[in-house]
Design a protein around this ligand. Structure first.
Ligand SMILES: Cc1cc2nc3c(=O)[nH]c(=O)nc-3n(C[C@H](O)[C@H](O)[C@H](O)COP(=O)(O)O)c2cc1C
Length: 412
């Protein structure tokens, strides 16, 4: 039987399939932003403000979208971003994502908060594997994860630094979608109304290993999604600082990346601490509402550190054209979060493969229509974009403030 996701012609189609398949609480957990969702919306509209300036009569028949990241060549300029709940969207969804990534010739990042153990992903999927680390207040627990990732053969460590405290996602509370899960009439009805998810995902876990758990957590604190986290050792880490990064640099001998950077000075500090790259990200608009869109600050960050380390970017990339814009603004590659999550929610590994195929076809078409033969050729010259609003507005704003102060002084 033909995979149903082959009828998805773009990422929005996959999103719609995911919406139908998942309980509403779970879909919104994946799909939405935080608070008033200003950053989440801006992550998409920021792309609309950037236009292409194509060149013509260029022979693009030999074009390629290959990129080299940390000494390895990949067939496409994208990687799969870490997403903690992939295993709730599809049974062992992390393995499905990693296999699709290997098949497509791109890296896959496994999140600390995944439902499948890192050793199992390495064994059953293979490919280029990166591991994302959340640092707990008890650093020694996180350092143990680092050692496990090293032993399991992960090639890069991604330290996420944009979540000092938990985000305020009010819709999760309304939907009763909290961790620990609490069973309410509303969310039980929600689950019962989505039998494909109930049977294909939850029931499969229940009959094989019981309630899904955070399988990467050290055994003494490993808990099920229905259980209450065990005290402060597992809370978000509001004391994380640059010294932690220096320490991780000593522990981790391979590629070290810092994820969640939006300021050029932080990118420079990451270089000073020995990082091999930064990921310019606002966590897909899921953490600090009102944070700038990564695509808006990418050029400044590339200017600051792009010649010394690798600059990756994510948040809001849903089309090949978005990816090409990111590359033209200096990113070495783009991470995809929800795009491939919609894919696995809609159809497991085949759905993730479909999402990646959509990106590949779209990137290829845009490059051809732009008159561009390789990622190395892409540059800001292919784009037309407005001055970032705060740069053009700032002088006028400060001038007005000065005028106000002068007026007030005169009135006194
Ligand atoms: C459901 C979900 C779970 C996520 N979990 C994590 C995580 O555990 N660690 C992390 O660093 N980022 C996490 N992210 C953020 C992604 O890595 C990435 O920054 C973001 O999804 C990119 O934006 P996009 O979804 O618009 O592509 C998560 C994102 C989603 C949608």
């Amino acid at each position: 039987m033909k995979d149903r996701t082959s009828r998805a012609y773009n990422i929005a189609d996959l999103r719609e399939m995911a919406r139908r398949r998942l309980p509403k609480g779970l879909f919104e957990f994946v799909d939405r932003g935080t608070e008033d969702e200003v950053s989440w919306r801006n992550n998409r509209t920021a792309f609309e403000r950037i236009k292409f300036r194509p060149r013509t009569l260029v022979d693009v028949s030999g074009r390629t979208q290959q990129v080299t990241l940390f000494g390895k060549t990949h067939t496409m300029p994208i990687a799969i971003a870490p997403t903690g709940t992939a295993g709730l969207l599809w049974h062992e969804g992390e393995i499905a994502l990693a296999r699709a990534a290997r098949q497509a010739g791109i890296p896959f990042t496994l999140a600390t908060g995944s439902m499948t153990a890192m050793e199992k992903v390495a064994e059953q999927a293979g490919g280029t594997l990166w591991f994302q680390l959340y640092m707990w207040p008890d650093r020694s627990l996180s350092h143990r994860l680092v050692q496990r990732a090293l032993a399991a053969g992960f090639e890069a460590l991604i330290v996420t630094v944009d979540g000092a405290v938990s985000a305020n996602r009010e819709y999760n509370l309304r939907n009763g979608f909290t961790i620990p899960f609490s069973f309410t009439r509303r969310n039980v009805t929600d689950v019962l109304m989505h039998p494909r998810w109930l049977l294909g995902v939850l029931t499969r876990y229940l009959v094989t290993m019981g309630m899904p758990r955070y399988e990467n957590y050290p055994s003494e604190i490993k808990y099920k999604v229905t259980a209450r986290p065990m005290g402060r050792s597992q809370m978000k880490n509001d004391s994380l600082n640059w010294e932690d990064l220096r320490q991780l640099r000593k522990l981790w001998p391979h590629t070290l990346l810092v994820k969640g950077v939006l300021h050029p000075q932080d990118a420079t500090l990451a270089v000073d601490c020995g990082a091999d790259g930064v990921i310019v990200s606002n966590h897909g608009g899921r953490n600090l509402d009102g944070a700038v869109s990564p695509i808006e600050v990418l050029p400044e960050i590339v200017d600051a550190v792009g010649s010394r380390i690798t600059v990756l970017v994510d948040s809001g990339f849903r089309r090949g054209s978005d990816v090409v814009k990111g590359l033209a603004l200096g990113a070495h590659a783009v991470l995809i979060g929800r795009g491939t999550l919609y894919g696995i929610a809609a159809g497991g590994e085949a759905g993730a493969a479909r999402a990646l195929a959509i990106f590949r076809e779209e990137i290829d078409r845009v490059m051809a229509l732009l008159g561009c033969r390789s990622v190395a050729e892409l540059g800001a010259d292919y784009l037309s974009r407005p001055e970032p609003a705060w740069q053009s507005a700032a002088p006028a704003h400060s001038a007005l403030r000065l005028l106000d102060t002068a007026r007030t002084a005169a009135e006194i």
